[in-house]
Ligand binder design. Structure first.
Ligand code: PLP
Length: 396
């Protein structure tokens, strides 16, 4: 190894370890269901994004297995050579139906989707108004486009309006886009889409909503855009197929000409191998399931509301959450990490999230209840929360 690289890696790794910021990863031994095994210990899992429990759904597993028999395990090529299977077309038709748009395009991940879609449309002569708390993949996608990035304060509509007005008035930009998460993953709050759409109309902005945490959760499962009835107002509806949908991948849903353009100009579609057939078939079935019945969605909200009420009753601060995402705000970073460590020792897997992912002094343990949890599991988790909370003086 190059001496310079070796020194760089060792210095930086040692530095992180000395600061207690090096993240040790504990592998999950088996499926990522409502209860997981880590280090041979069984834990109630409040850390997955598997909102509807579809990652381990028996019907979807059966679909994936039979698809492998017919199609094998890989797509064999990028979409534009001959990696487009009939399964991909079916999935994209289903996604458009699900999102209420003319068309849709799928990608290998939600992260990839933001790399693909923003830079296919925006360039150095453009500007992007981006919520300060947008996901890392949105930030990287914006950077890749070389457009001017103008961050606005989180969900602050006065700030967005002022910055949109200034950008428009400057006459410097060919196109201006506004980008927001649909549901923000750290606090579980919902983007103010009706206000954003009104501002977009006033200043002729392109609208882009990444609903990774909203699909399957909001709008009776159809997402945050549907929740507000804005399917015809949002230009780019982005989603992931890895969270509530339970598998892997990402997509853009929108007008036919937008999707046609992304098929010829978005680089991960052109230069990275297509999603594997078994995944594509399982995803299509998962979306059909969400469209056919709100049972899993309803169970998710029931469980979310139950956990929230229980934590609040114990005296915990659950912040501004409007969705099943339930932060438990502890504050101090060290105390937060200690809290999460004690929860895991007692049998609840809930991860600490601290600065720089969230502002200093707002360290939290984030809980992700799912449709697959039983009331008993949630009661057990609450009892452990009570014990650890009292022990560490977070509640009295
Ligand atoms: C999780 C997430 C992504 C990434 O999705 P993957 O499919 O896991 O790559 C993108 N955007 C947002 C807002 C997310 O929360």
């Amino acid at each position: 190894m190059s001496n310079i690289l070796n020194a760089f890696l060792n210095d930086n790794l040692n530095d992180l370890k000395a600061q207690g910021l090096y993240n040790e990863i504990d592998p999950v031994q088996g499926a990522n269901g409502p209860v997981i095994t880590v280090n041979d210990k069984s834990l109630i899992n409040l850390s997955s994004n598997n909102y509807l429990g579809l990652a381990t759904d028996e019907e979807l597993k059966a679909v994936a297995k039979s698809t492998i028999e017919h199609y094998g395990v890989g797509a064999g090529a990028v979409r534009t050579i001959n990696g487009t299977l009939d399964l991909h077309i079916k999935l994209e038709e289903k996604l458009a139906e699900f999102k209420g748009t003319e068309a849709a395009i799928s990608y290998q991940s939600g992260f990839n989707c933001n790399m693909a879609a923003i830079s296919a449309v925006m360039d150095k002569n453009d500007a992007i108004l981006s919520d300060q708390l947008n996901h890392a993949s949105i930030i990287d996608g914006c950077r890749l486009s070389k457009a001017k990035i103008i961050a606005f304060n989180h969900s602050d509509m006065d700030d967005l309006r002022a910055k949109a007005k200034a950008a428009k008035a400057s006459g410097q930009y060919n196109k201006i886009m506004v980008i927001t998460d649909g549901v923000f993953s750290m606090d579980g709050d919902i983007a103010k889409l009706p206000e954003i759409v009104a501002i977009a109309k006033e200043f002729d902005l392109i609208t882009y909503v990444d609903d990774a945490h909203g699909s399957g959760v909001m709008g009776k499962g159809k997402g945050t855009v549907k929740h507000f009835g804005l399917e015809n107002e949002i230009d780019f509806q982005i989603g992931t197929l890895s969270k509530a949908i339970g598998v892997v991948g990402g997509y853009v849903a929108g007008k036919q000409n937008l999707i046609d353009w992304l098929k010829v100009r978005s680089r991960p579609f052109l230069f990275s191998t297509a999603l594997p057939p078994a995944d594509v078939a399982a995803i299509t079935s998962a979306i059909q399931k969400i469209m056919d019945s709100t049972a899993l969605h309803d169970k998710l909200w029931d469980n979310g509301n139950y956990l929230k009420a229980g934590l609040q009753k114990l005296g915990f601060d659950i912040g501004a959450s409007e969705t099943p995402i339930t932060p438990c705000i502890i504050g101090d970073e060290t105390l937060t990490q200690q809290f999460s460590k004690r929860l895991i020792e007692e049998g609840v897997y809930a991860k600490s999230i601290v600065f720089p992912t969230v502002p200093k002094g707002t360290g939290r343990v984030r809980n992700m209840p799912t449709a697959a949890h039983t009331k008993q599991m949630l009661d057990d988790a609450l009892a452990i929360y009570e014990k650890v909370g009292k022990e560490l003086g977070v509640i009295s």
